[in-house]
Write a protein of this length. Structure first.
Ligand code: NAD
Length: 487
């Protein structure tokens, strides 16, 4: 067992963090850490044992008892200091992130910056978490409505934003006065390790944040069932969301589920096509399409369909695909072999069912999980890609005629995360935004993720919100104290 040190370790080597101690593999099992651009093994991730998970729960439970009573200004200062430490180590964090996840270094740098900004944002927000005093209808009785931390939290994180996904959960928990056990993604452990190291170096008491990797189903079963754990948060697939929702319901734990989507983009005939392509193609091919908010289906009015597709193809053909850490690259590798296989299957399935391949449609090279940016048109509704989130660099385009038709198609699936609309008519935007079944709507933009705004879905894209005041409130309970001041 390694003792934690006072110095911030730049290396971000995979390790567990339980009760303030860094734990290396010793005689535990290990998972190979693969660089998706080269398929080289670049590290080994220790697998937490059931004992480690239980130790993390006990540590979080013990830490919560004192952490909940800290002044908001103390929590704020620690978050702010951790943000500063991350900024000082930003390049090392970005290199780790890009090497493990595959995204280009520019996107990795932006993500690290965003994580630091998010900690700053929570450092501010937690200082202004007010309750209220309400006059009751009984003489002499004052109603005090207070916000308290919900308790130790269990968090599960996907690999597509290895910094931002854990940071949204850790930042909110620490700010609210909760402790947290994070099961981060085994594919991309280094960035989560860096974040926890930054918090440790900033003076966060032992046990407030604990970090695990290992067998997801085994770890989640222990964590979600544990009576000490008072809240669950998952960013991941709808499939796993449903599993954890059932488990959480068994012990009445509140939860946030940030799950998958199948995000439509509606491009009306009066849209600025140059801008519509610039926004939606950038959002589509960022992180090789492995973004929960990425456009998944394009519905383009028949009058502008061909012009839109020509510009999309031009955009896709200009993207240099390669190893994310190298200069001059616009799109990196998919993060794992399973994604490469699924994207390949979805495109092949669409083409077999009659879709027209306008650009791309194949793996690039035979080493590294690279897939070409791809544009498909005339995609039939029966193609799997029109129902299953591609989570890859594929843009399926369909024509539409009327506003009602576009809205009906957009709302036809069981998902409701993000939707996008491009038009120069304020009326059309208002009407469409009101009708879309989604947690987020982008009008003439695909940038809907902001620290200041609530992020989350409807329908099978989940429930609960992250970021914004809703994201802090989710980690608090509302307690009423009825105080008889006359007695
Ligand atoms: P996933 O559901 O397979 O994994 C997410 C997390 O759950 C990981 O920590 C994983 O180890 C864990 N997990 C996996 N199987 C589990 C099980 N049986 N029991 C308990 N935990 C388990 O998701 P993924 O494939 O890693 O991520 C991709 C999905 O995440 C996409 O659908 C994407 O849209 C979604 N996502 C959503 C948001 C959002 O904010 N709504 C953000 C990013 C990604």
């Amino acid at each position: 067992m390694l003792k934690s040190t006072d110095t911030f370790n730049l290396r971000g080597d995979p390790a567990l963090f339980v009760g303030g101690d860094w734990i290396e593999a010793d005689d535990r099992e290990e998972i190979e850490l693969i660089n998706p651009a080269t398929e080289d093994v670049i590290g080994l991730v220790p697998v937490a044992t059931a004992r480690d998970v239980k130790a993390a729960i006990s540590a979080a439970d013990a830490a919560f008892r004192s952490w909940r009573g800290t002044l908001p200004i103390t929590r704020s200062n620690i978050l702010r200091k951790a943000a500063t430490i991350m900024r000082e180590n930003a390049e090392g964090m970005a290199q780790t992130l890009s090497r493990e996840q595959g995204k280009i270094i520019a996107e990795a740098r932006l993500e690290v910056q965003t994580v630091a900004d998010l900690f700053d944002w929570f450092a501010e927000e937690c200082r202004r978490s007010y309750g209220r005093v309400v006059e009751s209808r009984v003489e002499g009785v004052k109603l005090h409505v207070v916000q308290e931390p919900v308790g130790p939290v269990a968090a599960f994180c996907t690999w597509n934003f290895p910094g931002l996904v854990p940071a949204r959960k850790i930042g909110a928990a620490v700010a609210a006065g909760c402790s947290i056990v994070v099961k981060a993604a085994e594919e991309t452990p280094g960035t989560a390790v860096h974040i926890v190291q930054a918090l440790e170096a900033a003076g966060l008491p032992a046990g407030v944040v604990n970090l695990l990797f290992g067998n997801p189903a085994e770890i989640s079963t222990i964590l979600v069932d544990a009576p000490e754990i008072r809240m669950i948060t998952l960013t991941g697939s709808t499939r796993v969301g449903k599993l954890l929702a059932k488990q959480a319901a068994a012990t009445m734990k509140p939860a946030i589920f940030e799950l998958g989507g199948h995000n439509p983009v509606i491009v009306f005939e009066d849209a600025d096509i140059e801008k519509a392509v610039a926004h939606s193609a950038a959002a589509k091919f960022r992180n090789a399409g492995q973004v929960c908010l990425a456009p998944d289906r394009f519905f383009v009015h028949e009058d502008v369909h061909d012009a839109f597709v020509d510009r999309m193809v031009e955009y896709a053909s200009e993207l240099a695909v390669g190893e994310g850490v190298k200069d001059g690259i616009h799109m990196g590798a998919l993060t794992n072999r399973a994604r490469l296989d699924e994207v390949t299957r979805l495109v092949d399935n669409a083409v077999a069912k009659g879709a027209k391949l306008c650009f791309g449609g194949a793996r690039i090279g035979n080493r590294g999980y690279f897939y070409s940016p791809t544009v498909l048109t005339d995609v039939p509704d029966e193609a799997d890609i029109m129902q299953i989130e591609p989570f890859g660099p594929v843009a399926p385009v369909q024509k539409f005629r009327s506003l009602d038709d576009a809205i009906a198609r957009s709302n036809s699936l069981r998902f409701g995360l993000a939707s996008y609309v491009f038009s120069s008519s304020i009326q059309k935007i208002d009407e469409t935004a009101a009708a879309l079944e989604a947690g987020l709507v982008g009008a003439n933009t695909c940038a809907v993720s902001h620290h200041e705004g609530p992020l989350g879905g409807v329908k099978e894209s989940g429930y609960g919100r992250e970021g914004s005041i809703e994201g802090l409130r989710a980690y608090q309970i509302t307690k009423l104290v009825a105080h008889n001041v006359l007695s």
